[in-house]
Design a protein around this ligand. Structure first.
Ligand code: ADP
Ligand code: MG
Length: 337
């Protein structure tokens, strides 16, 4: 949480710092999905647009939270069926991403998350036994999700779903769409470090997004962009516990049931689409650097996916021209294609 707050403050400072002269910025803080979100709108009927975006963020929080009784995901996990447009859409998109990543991204990983104490309840963190993991892994399988007519979705119980890997990406995406529909042309939405940018910055300068250093409160560098992108970062340092001197974090490799151990400690994905960015950031931590870079070849180029990967050997690999590395730190930077 502390890391998140620092990252959030950093991102916020960079996003807002240069806009001081433009007194028209309207800001709104929303607490949803366990995250402090900051929305900044630079033009249009800002307050009305912010009201609508805030409402949608709360609606999505209530709809997608696995632990909230009555949410669509809660109902699907309990009854094995639900009819809901957002859930159906997100699961169809998840299927595409799951196929592309060879199952590294898989929302049916929920029972395994639960065993490690990263589930919906206030479950206690602990290292599960091999037997427990094997029986939970038996239900980790995307094919247990079925799609019917309209927005009908089924789940072959006792499989369980968790949309924690994409809920924020979808929220950022929707908030951005709503602002745009209401006539806003320039806005920055900070979802606890992940950022959705709409249009270009007032005055035409590039947006500057600070990319956090997984090792501490500093940052890896600045990503400069003209706008209309989503920047998502997943890291194995975000949520973890320690047992017998070993760290266990919240991004699970569905192939093993154990926390991902791919060498990638932090993955930032820049992409036009929020859901893709969010899901891929999680998946990159699972599959590792080589496979992440190889994925770029099979993703629709219209999505404009770029990566910034921090490896546990101290290297930072990045694919984008807009990334300006921080000079004074422990990392070695390599631009790769
Ligand atoms: P955050 O930014 O909130 O830390 P991430 O975008 O990094 O979240 O996603 C991590 C979350 O995704 C976990 O808390 C869990 O809910 C879910 N998750 C963990 N492993 C996987 C996986 N292999 N596939 C899909 N979702 C996952
Ligand atoms: Mg994610």
């Amino acid at each position: 949480m502390r890391n998140k707050l620092i990252a959030l403050l950093l991102a916020f400072v960079f996003l807002t710092g240069c806009a001081k002269q433009q007194s028209a910025a309207h800001t709104r803080t929303v607490f949803a999905m366990d995250t402090v979100m900051n929305l900044t709108v630079y033009d249009g009927d800002a307050e009305a647009a912010l009201d609508a975006a805030e409402q949608e963020l709360h609606r999505l929080d209530a709809l997608l939270a696995r632990g909230t009784e009555g949410s669509a995901v809660y109902t699907l996990n309990r009854d094995g069926a639900v009819s809901d447009a957002t859930t159906a859409r997100l699961l169809k998109q998840s299927r595409e991403i799951s196929l592309l990543t060879g199952g590294a991204f898989d929302p049916t990983v929920a029972p395994v998350l639960e065993l490690w104490g990263f589930g919906s309840g206030a479950g206690e963190h602990r290292v599960p036994s091999d037997e427990e993991l094997a029986s939970a892994l038996a239900y980790v399988e995307f094919n247990r999700i079925g799609f019917g007519e309209d927005n009908d979705v089924t789940l072959e119980l006792p499989a369980q779903l968790d949309l924690g890997g994409i809920a924020k990406g979808w929220s950022g995406q929707r908030a951005r769409e709503i602002l745009q529909e209401r006539g806003v042309g320039s806005a920055a939405i900070d979802l606890g470090g992940d950022v959705a940018l709409l249009g270009s910055k007032p005055g035409g300068a590039n947006w500057r997004v600070a990319i956090k250093d997984p090792a501490g409160g500093g940052y890896l560098g600045i990503f400069e962009t003209a706008g209309d992108v989503y920047v998502a970062t997943s890291g194995v340092y975000e949520r973890y516990f320690e047992e017998n001197g070993k760290r266990y974090h919240h991004i699970i490799d569905p192939a093993t049931g154990h926390p991902a151990d791919s060498g990638v400690v932090s993955a930032t994905v820049i992409c036009r689409d929020g859901v893709w960015a969010d899901a891929l950031a999680t998946a990159c931590c699972v599959v590792g650097a080589d496979a992440s870079l190889a994925l770029l070849g099979s993703i629709d180029t219209a999505l404009g996916v770029e990566l910034i990967l921090v490896i546990d050997d101290g290297r930072v690999l990045y694919t984008c021209d807009g990334f300006v590395p921080e000079q004074e730190n422990r990392y070695t930077y390599e631009q790769v294609s």
